[in-house]
Design a protein around this ligand. Structure first.
Ligand code: GDP
Ligand code: MN
Length: 384
């Protein structure tokens, strides 16, 4: 699942002709200032993180002039919103809002159809509306074969009680939003608020889009979203060091050479009752640099309680890996115990090297299953 941040979602909407405000992203205060000067005041300075409720958290601010942009951009960059640190802003021309509505399409798995929701009560969390005033949300199930007709969209807008002057604009946006939901293999497209401006236009003031990863192969154009998405800090660190890292939420950090071996290691860890904190493939190289980098990346994950290094020696020699690990441990302080399974070329020499180093922290195990068991035990705090 790929969650787009607001401005990616808006750019996605724009491809389908959904009206949005002109704007541009900015990663520094200086860039924010330049964008604001270019698009003209007033502007809105918006935190680009993948969580809702940014407004309430101080991540959305109006600015009437350059000094206010400087102030807000400075405050919002680096702000922690529900655990997401703001690294990018979106600066757009401010809208004069008359009304805030809500519109979305999601997949209703239970009903095996698409679900459209429209409400005249937008700008607040839809869950709150659903709880406090469920009748304020108009719902419509859409058969994927039939699609959404203009008449059905109009019915929805009327049922939701949108102001009459917003009807045409909202119907138009709903039809486009449905196209973008279907063609984009999205799991969710949401506009909250969908606004009626004081001069009678309807447009998208916010965007939430969740794309279905499994459909990525059909959409080479999604590549562009990868560049400016919010990526996990560790993924960023790993990428900068040329490692394949995927963060998970368990407690056993895994380092393996080759994606296949990394995946089977995950499986074995699960099989013995543990859960992986990550998937890290060091590929073909396992020298001290690569090992130090891999350990360092895993070490930044506070959930990791034990590290399992599973290497199958072929072209990569196990003794080289063993030396690499020891050298890495001299360079970076690793807080978790490390369980090693080194199999293949020069494995005996490798085990001797590890044994000779006599480090409490590093434990060799003969098989993948033994190593996984030990790592899971350690992660669960069963001691050494
Ligand atoms: P969220 O809090 O993460 O959902 O962020 P939104 O993008 O929905 O913005 C939160 C709120 O800020 C909106 O509901 C609006 O009330 C307000 N806001 C956002 N953009 C503008 C704008 O251009 N003009 C005005 N007046 N208010 C805005
Ligand atoms: Mn919103």
């Amino acid at each position: 699942m790929v969650d787009l941040v607001e401005y990616q979602g808006k750019q996605y909407f724009a491809r389908y002709g959904i009206p949005i405000s002109p704007g541009a992203p900015a990663d520094t205060v200086a860039e924010a200032e330049a964008v604001a000067e270019r698009i003209g005041y007033p502007v809105v300075v918006k935190a680009q993180v993948q969580v809702g409720g940014r407004g309430k958290a101080g991540g959305v601010k109006l600015a009437d002039n350059l000094a206010e942009v400087t102030e807000h951009a400075g405050n919002i960059l680096g702000l922690d919103i529900k655990g997401h640190v703001v690294r990018r802003l979106w600066i757009e021309r401010a809208t004069d809002i008359a009304k805030e509505y809500y519109a979305s399409f999601t997949l209703d798995r239970a009903a095996r159809s698409h679900l459209a929701m429209v409400s005249a009560k937008g700008g607040v969390e839809i869950e709150t509306v659903a709880e406090e005033d469920p009748d304020a949300i108009a719902r419509l199930h859409i058969d994927p074969i039939d699609g959404l007709s203009e008449a059905a969209a109009r019915g929805l807008v009327e049922a939701a009680g949108l102001d009459p002057e917003a009807h045409d604009g909202a119907v138009d946006i709903l039809l486009k939003l449905y196209d973008c939901y279907i063609e984009g293999d999205a799991d969710l497209v949401e506009i909250n608020p969908l606004t009626l401006t004081t001069d009678g236009r309807v447009h998208a003031l916010d965007a939430k889009v969740t794309l279905d990863d499994d459909a990525a192969f059909r959409h080479p154009d999604w590549e562009e979203f990868a560049g400016f998405g919010e990526i996990d800090e560790r993924e960023r660190l790993a990428k900068s060091k040329g490692l394949q890292y995927i963060g998970l939420d368990g407690s056993v950090g895994i380092i393996a050479n080759g994606a296949g071996l990394a995946m089977s290691t995950l499986d074995v860890v699960n099989q013995v009752g543990g859960s992986a904190a990550n998937f890290l493939d060091i590929g073909g190289g396992a020298n001290a640099d690569v090992m130090a980098n891999a350990l360092e990346v895993i070490n930044t994950d506070p959930n990791v309680r034990a590290i399992l290094v599973n290497i199958f020696g072929g072209i990569v020699r196990c003794d080289e890996v063993a030396r690499g690990i020891l050298a890495a441990l001299e360079r970076v302080e690793i807080s978790s115990p490390i369980v090693l399974r080194l199999d293949g070329t020069n494995e005996i020499e490798a085990r001797e090297i590890i044994a000779a180093a006599n480090l409490d922290q590093v434990i060799s195990q003969p098989t993948m299953l033994d190593a996984a068991r030990r790592a899971v035990e350690l992660a669960k705090g069963a001691g050494r």
